[in-house]
Design a protein around this ligand. Structure first.
Ligand code: HEM
Length: 441
């Protein structure tokens, strides 16, 4: 069925040519949505080949979305952050029920900037460098519990590490009982909250005492009770280098701090875990790169950048346009979404020669291409990028110092869509063996 429609996907209407709206498939939007859900990278690669670097996709329930495929075009979209481009509005419907009404993810304009300028300083490279030893210790303790000599899904194990980092270093919680309670509550909260059924549930169906939404609301209340209790307690004992301590030094009110803590959880832990899963998925299939790790710090940094180039975790960084935007010969109307499809930008051979090759060396020599955008761009550039890059470097090192990993199956893992991320389809299946004797720094 899908196949039948995809054969007519390139019919353009005369209206589109007259107004020069970016071209795109004429499939009904439910079929475009289904195609995207089944194979987003494959679909967009095909549309890119057919229509060139700017094209329109129509999903069910949201405005038309224009994707661009080069760094330069992406920068034109990001430049709208200065005026009418609203990243918050583009995300609000899917996130507000989790992050609340006071989140850098979903705010725009002055209220966004008020929050963003308070979050920036503690998340700069110099500041997060202070977390290195804590990250290493958290990783080492978790790695010690991994199974040996039988296959397991590395992504899930990475997520336990990155979740613990959020709980301890962002929420500032160290009490073992509370840490365990949050490990129990948070994955389910995020899973249910990420479900389109919960996010887009009509108002009249909300508040039922059973079902996914009810479970989500219950868990959110439990998590909020813990966070508000911590916020109250820590107001009584100021200080601390964790993010909660730093946010308590700002003008933000308790509810605003709660919303930003949950924001960093939602934006920061699955993304980083997926980045780590891809790192090992690629490394285990590129032995000449793996052999140069883990102690050459410059090379390790290049490996992390190359992983995020060849397998960007977040596939898009859209803006809701407050005013029309000219992109090459096309005009994108106000009220539409526009932004890069990051895997296409990262496979532009003009920016990254032989883009299919996993070659960290490209980040060692010469200036970095502006087309590298795993963390988006413009004023909305990922606020946690430096923390994510540090986590990835440290955790890769900790794993490789302790274990030898192998892929049970050498075939590359496909990319599977999960919310706004692309994850390895088999969650990076690996077999671990103890390194004897354990390599230490
Ligand atoms: C490998 C891991 C990560 C990736 C690939 C990633 C990617 C992204 C991308 C693509 C955006 C959108 C940027 C744009 O619209 O131009 C973003 C925004 C954001 N990220 Fe990350 N991120 C990661 C880790 C983190 C971490 C660890 C944190 C927090 C501690 C975080 C917090 C945020 C926040 C709060 C925003 C919204 C910023 C704003 O709109 O002002 N991210 N991230």
């Amino acid at each position: 069925m899908l196949q039948m429609y995809t054969s007519v996907y390139d019919v353009r209407t005369s209206t589109e040519e007259a107004t020069m709206i970016p071209p795109g498939p004429r499939l009904p939007s439910p079929l475009q949505t289904a195609w995207f859900t089944r194979d987003a990278p494959g679909m967009l690669e095909r549309l890119h080949r057919r229509y060139g670097p700017v094209f329109t996709v129509r999903f069910t329930g949201i405005p038309p979305e224009v994707y661009v495929a080069t760094g330069e075009l992406a920068e034109q979209v990001f430049r709208t952050d200065q005026s009418g481009g609203q990243a918050g509005a583009a995300r609000r419907d899917f996130l507000e029920h989790m992050v609340g009404a006071h989140s850098v993810l979903t705010l725009d304009g002055d209220p966004w900037w008020r929050h963003r300028k308070l979050l920036n300083p503690p998340l700069r490279a110099k500041q997060v460098a202070g977390y290195r030893d804590d990250i290493a210790a958290i990783a080492a303790a978790k790695i010690a519990t991994w199974p040996l000599d039988r296959p397991f899904a590395l992504r899930d194990r990475m997520q336990e590490i990155t979740l613990e980092i959020i709980i301890r270093l962002i929420f500032g919680i160290s009490d073992a009982g509370r840490v365990a309670q949050l490990h129990r509550l948070l994955p389910g909260l995020i899973e249910d909250g990420g479900s389109v059924l919960v996010a887009l549930l009509p108002e009249r169906l909300r508040g039922l005492p059973f079902g996914k939404e009810a479970r989500f609301v219950r868990r959110r209340a439990e998590v909020d009770a813990i966070l508000f209790d911590e916020i109250r307690r820590r107001r009584g004992e100021p200080g601390g280098t964790d993010m909660l301590g730093r946010l308590l030094e700002t003008e933000l009110a308790d509810q605003e701090i709660r919303d930003e803590l949950i924001t960093m959880l939602i934006a920061g832990h699955e993304t980083t875990a997926t980045g780590l899963a891809w790192a090992f998925e690629r490394l285990l299939r590129t032995p000449e790169v793996l052999d140069r790790l883990p102690d050459d710090e410059a090379y390790l940094e290049a490996v992390v950048k190359e992983v995020l180039r060849i397998r960007p975790v977040v596939y898009e960084a859209p803006r809701m346009l407050g005013e029309p935007l000219q992109l090459g010969p096309y005009e994108v109307p106000a009220g539409w979404l526009a932004g890069p499809f990051i895997p296409l930008v990262h496979h532009d051979p003009a920016a990254f020669p032989e883009p299919g090759e996993f070659r960290p060396e490209r980040f060692l020599d010469g200036p970095q291409s502006r087309a590298w955008m795993p963390f988006g761009g413009g004023r909305r550039f990922c606020v946690g990028a430096q923390l994510a890059l540090l986590e990835m470097r440290v955790i890769i090192q900790e794993v490789l110092h302790r274990l030898e990993l192998a892929a049970p199956d050498q075939a590359p893992e496909a990319r599977r869509l999960k919310n706004v991320t692309l994850s390895p389809a088999r969650l990076t299946r690996v077999i671990a063996r103890a390194r004897t004797p354990a390599r230490t720094r």
